[in-house]
Design a protein around this ligand. Structure first.
Ligand SMILES: Cc1ncc(COP(=O)(O)O)c(C=O)c1O
Length: 480
């Protein structure tokens, strides 16, 4: 067996244990590590890397969870003989290895989403509880709609979205969110992610600057970067984006756009103060910059009425507002939308036609029917009650088990709690141990530029029932 050593990529982002795991995957893909080859024991390996053993254990747990290695308590850790499909089919009997040189991959593409095994409680996954998705209702409605719509639904259709869904969403946005959009000003996308990609392509030339919130939503940053944006972080505080800081920036350099999450700032959950909203709109108008508003969880607000989106007060045509059905219905449907002034909406439709031709019209027509019949609204009302109860439960449990260590402000909406770590604690070590025990939590570093750790955790309460929330908090507390 050849002596193998891991080289960590110096520029890597994210928690250290994931960087180690990614390094091992990379070496398996490149053939530096062969199926069946033994990895060093955690103790000597940790020593060799100059790291804490728990970090190494967390990396091994992650690799095992994804099927890259197998471990036996007595024999050690080995590169799996049955590798994940992507590797197992990459050589050998499958296609020949790539025979052309690819340009270097942008560093941000490395942060691919990880799948964790079902036995790990993924406490930071921002998704609804999959068990509460109204599967039967969706299946029944789809069947009815496809039967009725017949072959027309299965033809090529409008790239901007199925007309019934555009109409139904435009009506919802206008009645519930106070944004008086016509169906033509609403473009259906595959989730917010495509909306961001389309907007970035529509408004940016490579190298242009876009301001983003820090802390913030990395998938949005990556979509913007893919279109060549130079991102400029702007700090957030208890009132949301610091618009004064944005203004100072706008005076110094040309900004093309700003990406914001004003309803519940991601990940800190704070709502942007009214004064700041007005200030932001005025600033956008003055400097000619597009406000990309990500209104991803408008429906989940528990105290009083939800604050209306910036787009509802936009009299200058400077806001493009993004919505998604990933939280209110299910992320796998890949349904989202953008509301934008006509000239921009039209451009988005033309871009979409090139990239993706059109969405899944049978499913779009199904969701239109769920909206027209009030089913989706009923589901949202139900989920709002469930999530509010779960939020309150989580907060009580945190108080009981981690009140000495964490502090938080109970969020008025959304699906997560942003908890600050009050004491000097080695967060990486703590979360590494927690992962080994079966609960995965993202540290604040995941939401900053350059991986700076703000000393905070994102804890999502939507996905788990009370028993699971209790167990997740207990595991986290036990790992301290
Ligand atoms: C800030 C933010 N925007 C958008 C989304 C939804 O993304 P998509 O619609 O692409 O599933 C999420 C979900 O995690 C989010 O947290």
């Amino acid at each position: 067996m050849s002596r193998w050593t891991l080289t960590l990529e110096p520029e890597g982002s994210g928690p250290l244990f994931l960087r180690i795991a990614r390094g091992v995957m990379r070496d398996i893909r490149r053939g530096r590590l062969k199926p069946g080859q033994q990895l060093p024991g955690s103790r000597p390996w940790a020593q060799e890397l100059g790291l804490n053993r728990n970090t190494v254990l967390a990396a091994v747990a992650e690799l095992e969870a994804q099927g890259w290695v197998t471990t036996s308590p007595t024999r050690g850790t080995f590169v799996s003989q049955a590798l994940p499909e992507e590797v197992a089919t990459a050589g050998g009997k499958g296609l020949a290895p790539l025979g052309v040189v690819l340009p270097p991959e942008p560093e941000f593409l490395q942060s691919r989403p990880f799948t964790l095994p079902p036995e790990v409680l993924h406490f930071s996954a921002g998704t609804p509880d999959p068990r509460l998705v109204p599967v039967e209702l969706i299946a029944r409605t789809w069947r009815r709609v496809v039967r009725r719509g017949g072959r027309r639904l299965l033809e090529y259709g409008e790239p901007g979205g199925h007309p019934a869904l555009r109409r139904a969403l435009a009506q919802m946005v206008s009645e519930v969110r106070g944004v008086p959009a016509s169906a033509q000003q609403l473009v259906v996308t595959r989730g917010s992610q495509m909306a961001l990609d389309l907007l970035a392509r529509a408004v940016l030339r490579p190298g242009e600057a876009v301001a983003v919130e820090e802390l913030g939503y990395r998938p949005a940053w990556e979509a913007l970067r893919l279109a060549g944006a130079q991102l400029v972080p702007v700090p957030v505080d208890a009132d949301g984006l610091q618009v004064d800081a944005l203004e100072r920036l706008a005076k110094r350099r040309k900004l093309r756009a700003v990406y914001v999450t004003p309803h519940h700032q991601f990940p800190t959950t704070v709502t942007m103060a009214a004064g700041r909203r007005l200030q932001l709109l005025a600033l956008a108008k003055r400097y000619g910059l597009l406000v990309i508003e990500d209104d991803y969880d408008h429906e989940f607000h528990y105290e009083g009425r939800p604050v209306l989106p910036l787009a509802s007060a936009d009299d200058a045509g400077v806001v493009a507002s993004i919505g998604t059905l990933s939280k209110v219905l299910a992320p796998g449907l890949r349904l989202g939308f953008v509301v934008a002034p006509t000239a921009l909406a039209d451009r988005l439709v033309r871009l979409r036609a090139v990239m993706d031709r059109q969405g899944d019209h049978p499913m779009e027509a199904t969701v239109a029917e769920l909206l027209e019949e009030g089913e989706l609204q009923r589901h949202v009302r139900k989920m709002r009650g469930v999530y509010r109860t779960r939020r309150d439960f989580l907060v009580r449990r945190l108080e009981a088990k981690l009140g000495e260590v964490l502090s938080w402000k109970v969020p008025s909406g959304g699906i997560s709690v942003w908890a600050q770590v009050k004491k000097p604690i080695d967060l990486q070590r703590w979360l590494g141990k927690a992962l080994v025990r079966g609960v995965s939590v993202h540290p604040g570093a995941r939401y900053t530029f350059e991986g700076r750790e703000p000393g905070a955790l994102r804890l999502v309460f939507a996905r788990f029932n009370e028993a699971e929330l209790g167990r997740a908090v207990d595991l986290l507390a036990g790992a301290l």
